[in-house]
Write a protein that binds this ligand. Structure first.
Ligand code: LHQ
Length: 261
C-alpha cells in the first residue's frame, strides 16, 4: 500500500508533505489525516526543518473528507472531527515553524480549510477552493468558519458557504485567500524557491512572530501589546538578533543559518 503522506526534506530545511491519494483528489481518510498530523509534529521536533510545505499529489490539493470512507464508521461526526481534523488544524496553528499551504489544484470541504490554515498560501493558477459542505448539507468545519470570514468578511463567507461557489485563483488573490499565484507549469519549483527564501529568514524570530500573530487574532490590543513585549525579549536575547544588527552595521546580508541550528 502506498504512503498516505510523502515526506521530503531539502538541504535548505524545507520539508514537503505531499497528500498522496491522487485518484481521489487526495480526499482525506483517517490514515491520511493522522499521518499528516504526525508528520507535522515530527517536523516541529526536527531542528533541521525550517519551513513546512503541505501540497497534493496529482491534479487536486484535497477534496475534503473521503465520502467513500464515512458510512458505517463507529464514531459520531463530533468524535470524528475531534479525533482527526481538529488536531490537524491545531497542530498547524501551533507549529513553531512557517507552514505553507501549496494549493496545486482543487481544495474542497475540509481541504479548503486546510488550504486556508497555512501561514502562507501559495496557489497554482489552476487551483480553486470550494466550501463544498452545503452540497452535502453539512456545516463548514476544520476551521473554515473561523478562517474565511476573517479574510473576506461575514457576508461573502456566508455566500461562498451557502452556494458552494468555486473560487478560482485570480479571485482568491483579490479576496486575500492566497498570497501568491504561480503558473501551473512551474508551481513546484516556484513553491520550493519561495520556501527556501523563507527558510533563510531568522527561524526563532519567525516562530515568535507566528506566536504573536496567532495570539493577537483572539486578544485585545492591550493583551497583544503585553504579548509583544514578552516575546520581543525572547527575540532580542537570541543570537539571531545580534547577527541581524551586526550584519546591518557591516553592510552585509545577515546569516541566519548556523551549523546545528
Ligand atoms: C472523491 C472525493 C471525495 C471521495 C472527489 N471523496 N472521492 C468532516 C467530518 C465528517 C464527515 C464529513 O465531512 C467532513 C468534512 C468535509 O470535508 S465534507 C466535504 C467532503 N467533500 C466533498 O463533498 C467534495 C466532493 N467532491 C467534489 O465535489 C468534486 O469531486 C470536486 C469539486 C472536489 C472536484 O470535481 P472534479 O474536478 O470534477 O473531479 P471529480 O468529481 O471527477 O473527482 C475525481 C475523482 O475523485 C472521482 O472519482 P472517479 O472514480 O469517478 O474518477 C471522485 O469520485 C473522487 N472524489 N472528491 N471527497
Amino acid at each position: 500500500m502506498s504512503e498516505a503522506v510523502i515526506t521530503e526534506t531539502t538541504r535548505a530545511g524545507v520539508r514537503t508533505l505531499t497528500l498522496n491519494r491522487p485518484d481521489r483528489l487526495n480526499a482525506a481518510n483517517d490514515a491520511l489525516l493522522l499521518a499528516l498530523t504526525d508528520a507535522l509534529r515530527r517536523a516541529d521536533a526536527d531542528d533541521s526543518v525550517r519551513v513546512v510545505v503541505i501540497t497534493g499529489a496529482g491534479r487536486g490539493f484535497c477534496a475534503g473528507q473521503d465520502l467513500g470512507d464515512v458510512s458505517g464508521r463507529d464514531m459520531t461526526f463530533t468524535e470524528h472531527l475531534n479525533h482527526t481534523y481538529n488536531p490537524l488544524i491545531r497542530t498547524i496553528r501551533s507549529l513553531g515553524k512557517p507552514v505553507i499551504s501549496a494549493v496545486n489544484g482543487v481544495a474542497a470541504g475540509a481541504g479548503a480549510s486546510l488550504a486556508l490554515a497555512g501561514d502562507i498560501r501559495l496557489w497554482a493558477q489552476g487551483a480553486s477552493l470550494i466550501e463544498v459542505f452545503s452540497n452535502i448539507a453539512l456545516v463548514p468545519d476544520s476551521g473554515s468558519t473561523w478562517f474565511l470570514p476573517r479574510l473576506v468578511g461575514y457576508h461573502r463567507a456566508f455566500e461562498l458557504m451557502a452556494l458552494a461557489e468555486r473560487v478560482r485563483s485570480d479571485d482568491a488573490l483579490r479576496l486575500g485567500l492566497c498570497e501568491q499565484v504561480f503558473p501551473d507549469e512551474t508551481f513546484v519549483q516556484d513553491v520550493q524557491a519561495y520556501a527556501e527564501r523563507l527558510a533563510a529568514r531568522p527561524a526563532n524570530a519567525l516562530k515568535l512572530t507566528k506566536q504573536a500573530l496567532v495570539f493577537a487574532q483572539t486578544s485585545t490590543l492591550d493583551e497583544a501589546l503585553d504579548q509583544e513585549a514578552a516575546l520581543q525579549q525572547l527575540a532580542g536575547d537570541h543570537w539571531e538578533h545580534e547577527e541581524g544588527v551586526t550584519a546591518f552595521k557591516e553592510k552585509r546580508p545577515a546569516q541566519f543559518i548556523r551549523d546545528g541550528e
